[in-house]
Structure formats: C-alpha cells, structure tokens
Ligand binder design. Sequence first.
Ligand code: HAS
Ligand code: HEM
Ligand code: CU
Length: 576
Amino acid sequence: TTLPALPAPGTPSGLDTASLTGLKRVAQYYVVTAFLALLIGVLIGPLQALNYAGIDAYPAVARIPLLRNIIGSYYQGLTLHGVLNALVFTQFFTSGWLLYLPLRALDVRPSLNFAWFTYWMMLVGLLTAAVPLLRNDATVLYTFYPPMEASPVFYIGAAVMVAASLLVAGQVILAWIGWKRTHPGQVTPVVAYMGVATWLMWVIAALGLVTEVVGLLIPWSLGLTAGVDPLLARTLFWWTGHPIVYFWLLPAYVSWYAFLPRQAGGRLASEGLARLAFALFLVFSVPVGLHHQYADPNISSAWKTIHMFLTFLVAVPSLLTAFSVAAALEDAAHARGGRGVLGWVRFLNWRDASMTGQVLAMVSFIFGGAGGIVNASYAFAPIVHNTAWIPGHFHITVGTATTLSFMAITFWLVPHLTGKRLQSPRLALPSVWLWFAGMMLFAVGMHWQGLAGVPRRSHLSAASQGVYDAMQIAVPRALTGISGVVLLIAALLYFWVLLRTLLSPRMDDPEATAIPTSDAISPSSPTLAGASALVRRTEPLLALAGAALLLTLLVYLPVIGPMIAAYQAVPGHRLW
Ligand code: HAS
Ligand code: HEM
Ligand code: CU
C-alpha cells in the first residue's frame, strides 16, 4: 500500500475569513490539548513536593484503584510528570501558538488539511506513548537514559510526536519562504521573524534526538541490536536536550517582546534588538549540550570547556531580552504616570492577570537564569549536579518563566481563538500570584536542599530518615512541602478559569479580543533598503541556520566520532 500524499503546505495568497477561522480552530485544539496534559502532569507535582518534605504519600495513593495503576511508583509518577509537563504541554502549545502567529503576521493562507494532519499525527504519537507510560512499561523518566529500557511503543510514539512538530516547523518555514518570494525587498514582520527563527532552531536541535531514537533506541528496544551505548545516547540526547529549553522559552519571549508591552500600556523598545536576540538564539542554542555532561567520563575536558564558553555566550540574548523588556515595561509605566528608578513598577497594570502573570514569570526567570549560569560553570557543577538544586532551577525556568507565561497568555488567547469571554476573571489574578509565590517557595526549598546535598530523582521519603535528619534541613523541607500545597491551589484556580471559559457559550466575534501587537519605540523600516544594518544582517534566517548547523557539527563531531569508534553495547535494564 502507498501512503496518501501530503497536502501542499500553503500558498501566500492572503488569509480569507474561512481560512482564518479554520486556522484558529487548529490553534485552539493544540492549546487545549497542551493544557489537558499540563492538568494531569501538575496534579502529580504536589506528591513529589511532599516527598521532598519527607512525607510519603505513595502508600496512600496505592490504595486508590485508579491511581494505583498510573502512579504505581514514585518513578512512574515522576516520568508522567516530566513527560506531560516538559515535553507534551510545551510542544503542543508551541505548535499552535507559533503556527498561528507567523501565518497571521505574514497573512499567508495555509493548507488547513496539512495543519490538521500534523495535529492528529502529534496526538496519535502522544496516545501511542501514553499506553506504555500508563502500563508502567516506560518508567524511564523524561530523559529516558539508556541502559534503562522502555517498551519500543514508547520510543515510537515519542518519535511520531517529534516528527509532527517538525512538520509544523516545515509548514511555517515554507510559508515564510513563499512570502519572501512574493515580497522581495521587504523585511519579515517581527512576529513572523521570531516564529520562523524558533522553528529553524528546533529543526537543527531535533537532529540529535531523532538520531538517538531512530538510530539507537528503537532498534535496541525491538531486540534488533544486542545493546546500546549509554554515553553516545546521552550525548545525542543533550544535543537536543539543551536547545529544547529554548524551544520552551522562545515562545514566551515572542509574547514578552511583541505583546506584553502593549498589554502593559507601552511599546516594544527596539525591533532590531528583538531580531538580534532571536538570531543569536538560532546560532548559539545547540552547540552547548555538554554542560549537562560535565560528570560523564570519556569526554575530554577541553570539549566540555568549549561548550561551557558557548553556554555563556547563549546567555547573552537572554540578558539582551532582560534589558530590552525592562525598558518596554518602564515605557509603559511612564505612560501611566510612573516615575523613579524603581518606583515606576507600581504603575504597571497590575489588575490585568495576563500582564501580571507574564511579568511575574519574568521575575522568576531572573533567578532561574542566574542559577543556570551557576550550573553551567564547570567549577560549580559538581556541587549542584544531580541534587535537588536542579529541579529548583528548572521549575523557575520551564515551570514558571514558560508555564506561567503560557497560562497568562491564554487569558487573551483563548477568547481570541474562540470568541468566548474569560470566565471568573477575578480568580485569574490570584491564580498567577499563587503560582509565582508557590514556585518561589519551591525554588528556595529545593535549591537549599540541593546545596545540603539532597539528591534529585530520589524517593527519599521512603528511605531511612536518619541521614536526612542529620542534615538539619527542616526549614527547606517545610518550604518545599508548603509550596506543593500553594501550587495545587494555584493550579486549581487557573484550570477552573480555563475550563469555565472553554465551556461557556460563544459570545463575540473572535476578533473582538484582538492580538495585543505592540508598536515599537524604534520600529524597523518595512523595506530592506530603508532598514538598519542590524535588521538587514539578521534577515537571512536560512543563512543563519546554516551557520548554526555548521557550528553544531564543529563542536559535536569530534566528541561523537570517538564514541562511535569505541561503541560499547550495553544490555537494557528495567528498574521499576
Ligand atoms: Fe537550564 C539544567 C544551564 C536556561 C531548563 N535546565 C536544566 C534542566 C532543565 C532546564 C529542565 O549548564 C534539567 C535537565 C535535567 O533533567 O537534567 N539553563 C542553563 C543556562 C541557562 C538556562 C546557562 N534552563 C534554562 C531555561 C530552561 C531551562 C530557559 C527552560 C525553559 N541548565 C543549565 C545547566 C544545566 C541545566 C548547566 C545542567 C545542570 C546539571 O548539572 O544537571 C540560560 O539560558 C539562562 C539565561 C537567562 C538569563 C536571565 C534573563 C532574565 C530575563 C528576565 C528579565 C526580567 C524582567 C522583569 C525584565 C541570563 C530575560 C522586570 C520586572 C519588574 C517588575 C522590574
Ligand atoms: C520534577 C514538583 C510543576 C517539570 C519535579 C520534582 C518536584 C516537582 C518535587 C522533583 C522530583 C525529583 O527529582 O525526584 C512540582 C510541583 C509542581 C510542578 C509541586 C506544580 C504543581 C511542573 C511544571 C513543569 C514541571 C509546570 C514543566 C512545565 C518537571 C520536570 C521534572 C520535575 C521536567 C523532572 C523529572 C525528572 O527528573 O525526571 N517536579 N512540579 N513541573 N518537574 Fe515538576
Ligand atoms: Cu542545558
């Protein structure tokens, strides 16, 4: 049998009403699926937080028949939590968000059949991977390091999901290339620029994971090969695993640059700087993965050091973003009468839950980013690696900078996509404040425990408590436990608002809630001829992607080559 031919990805012929409505519907499906995954993933989190408070909730969970099957052990729950939150939620949200926005900004009519095809393919991938996850046949945590071995069905489902995201990338990138052909001499609109740069980055980033899963893990789990090389697999994993964090972050940056200033009552500071930040992410996101492998043997410290310096370099566009977005917020507060070095902060539109959630997400990222620089430092890494410090770090990056931003975005995006009005708006504001407060408590508790030497990924509430009592960490343990309760309340409030909104009747024309596109203090000329040198040099995204690929190969081939030459086939293990 032959597979049906894929529909063509789209034509640059302008979005008419019917295709706009259709596009909104696809985006809505992606976003709602994302938040369903988050709902399940987040409900498991408090159990883990209690674990880090020394309270073992799992014997009680095991008494509830339905839960016994899906959270059969600490590690099955932790796998579901990591996969659903970090991998599924983010990928589905971004596939809707960064499909819709660039096509809309370019005014390109997409093939809706193709868009639906990728949605259903991603969903099939997810449901396929869910079967072994729920049957305890894939309790390998969200990083699935071999020699821990899962059912092949898990790896196949994950591969289908990632492949679907690459098709979304392809649809957006091809639409942009088509737009460039029909708009010679024009500068890509900034929102489309950011979207296309993110997708190009993801395509290069995904090469490592695709090679690992298709080349090593699937044949191995099917029994076609006797074993797998754990070091090579980890290295390919982190080729993708680091830049995937920017695939989670950049969709939030799109909003911080393009929409948040308007929501705050101000303007984007500089279009050119926004483009520069995304161009730098495109080039420098991928060639840094060894900062997750400082402790791995058989990789020379020279290469680890090179990846460390490149990591410091990829922090630069985030620092650019910090100053650029702070300037935009200050501009907004000034327009509202705010004055003073920091006094302006009070004048932001703190009644608006969408703005507030995103600003709080940004505040959390100041600490998350600072912690990241510590992790990246070869000399500090041995102190924090594999300790509770690391989950502390990533709950204020992906768990807040990303998640709280996405949550806050839905307060306008869902009404915009559906024509429904935000329900229970008075609960929206406390939901984002509680999420922020809960995650800050969590971060203090977990970073602190990590410094005391408490390991991550450890069912330590079931372990003998003597050693933990001797550490004198009662305060951070209590903070972590309390944070789990605060976060549970925050999540329940947020999902109440979201579900009520989704289930309410359609009231308006969806365009009644407009996309809050910001003007810029320094806009860019729409034509390349009139644009600044910065805009002209950052415009050729395909050339930048080529440079990114080249740099990545340059810093990875000398690391991977010797591993292939000395391939160690290790048989699989099942631990839980
Ligand atoms: Fe990370 C581990 C280094 C960023 C996520 N990271 C992780 C893991 C995850 C993760 C999930 O070098 C765990 C993986 C695992 O399971 O093993 N990380 C970094 C560095 C950065 C960084 C250098 N991480 C992120 C982001 C993530 C994320 C973003 C998700 C979204 N990370 C590491 C390292 C490890 C690691 C090591 C391995 C650790 C180990 O030993 O295992 C940088 O990209 C950070 C740069 C960020 C900044 C901050 C800029 C601030 C901004 C906000 C400004 C705020 C304003 C508000 C303007 C420099 C943009 C003003 C408001 C007012 C009201 C005034
Ligand atoms: C791991 C709690 C929300 C992503 C953990 C751990 C705790 C925790 C205590 C560490 C477990 C361990 O190392 O043994 C919570 C709570 C949440 C929450 C209380 C909110 C109710 C989130 C969100 C995300 C996220 C929103 C991402 C979008 C992760 C990931 C892991 C993790 C990727 C690592 C799993 C692993 O090590 O394999 N969570 N979390 N969490 N969490 Fe969360
Ligand atoms: Cu990293």
